[in-house]
Design a protein around this ligand. Structure first.
Ligand code: CA
Ligand code: CA
Ligand code: CA
Ligand code: CA
Length: 244
């Protein structure tokens, strides 16, 4: 690279370099747990490979990858999850939801980062095997946020231990308040979001055995389980412009 090229590279803000593009979808994928929608062809797989808590599972115990897309109304997720035993010990979605198998979606709609345990500057949706979504409310108690997303999964036709999980997620700004009318955001190209995906894998133990996510989280006093507290550990994404 010549000197002017190097200078041009140095002038790009660090956040722009770090943000991963999410492709726009002109034709929304059908949320049915079948990932063959044409829209998904334009999105690249991203790995779920960073251990957050527990032990690192063998490939057949848990492994996963995911894709993202967006349109004006939704962020779309397709996750492909290998899990040898599906386990839903607590049928009440508000009881120990993190200790049953669950897909966990972390979203910070404006990439503000910061503490979000009891506020909605960011959400940490724990989606259970019955497709119900739980996060901590402003009163500090878990609450259902099923109206924020549509979630469906199915076992893969040719691999019985593989689930294809599709989710359409609405995004809300930092002014979101529990118990009020909160209009979802109309998404536009250029919006930066914080996002992280993780999977809680339990195959029959009192507590989850593996918690593996997409972000390489810097531990605080040895603890990488920071996503439910701090949106600053999410990965940076930017909604890319429409090309279709
Ligand atoms: Ca589909
Ligand atoms: Ca497993
Ligand atoms: Ca925020
Ligand atoms: Ca499991």
């Amino acid at each position: 690279m010549n000197r002017s090229g190097l200078w041009a590279l140095l002038m790009i803000p660090a956040c722009a370099l770090a943000a991963n593009p999410v492709q726009h979808s002109g034709l929304a994928p059908v949320i049915d747990g079948v990932g063959e929608d044409p829209a998904w062809q334009q999105a690249d797989w991203r790995p779920l490979s960073h251990l957050i808590t527990g032990s690192m599972p063998a490939q057949e115990d848990f492994s996963g990858r995911f894709k993202l897309l967006w349109d004006e109304d939704h962020l779309y997720l397709q996750a492909e999850i290998t899990d040898d035993v599906l386990f839903d010990h607590h049928p009440d979605p508000l009881i120990q939801y993190w200790n049953d198998d669950a897909l966990e979606i972390f979203i910070d709609s404006d990439a503000s980062g910061g503490e979000h345990q009891y506020n909605h500057s960011a959400f940490a949706y724990h989606i259970a095997l019955d497709n119900q979504a739980v996060d901590l409310a402003e009163d500090g108690r878990p609450a259902l946020y099923n109206d924020h997303l549509r979630s469906r999964w199915q076992r893969s036709a040719d691999a019985p231990h593989v689930m294809v999980w599709e989710v359409a997620i609405r995004l809300f700004d930092d002014a979101y308040k529990d118990g009020r009318a909160n209009p979802p955001l109309a998404l536009q190209a250029g919006r930066k979001i914080g996002f992280m995906l993780a999977y809680c894998d339990n195959d029959g133990s009192p507590e989850r055995e593996h918690f593996v996510g997409s972000a390489d989280i810097l531990p605080v006093e040895g603890d990488r389980n920071r996503g439910w507290l701090d949106a600053g550990v999410f990965e940076s994404f930017v909604l890319a412009g429409s090309s279709d």
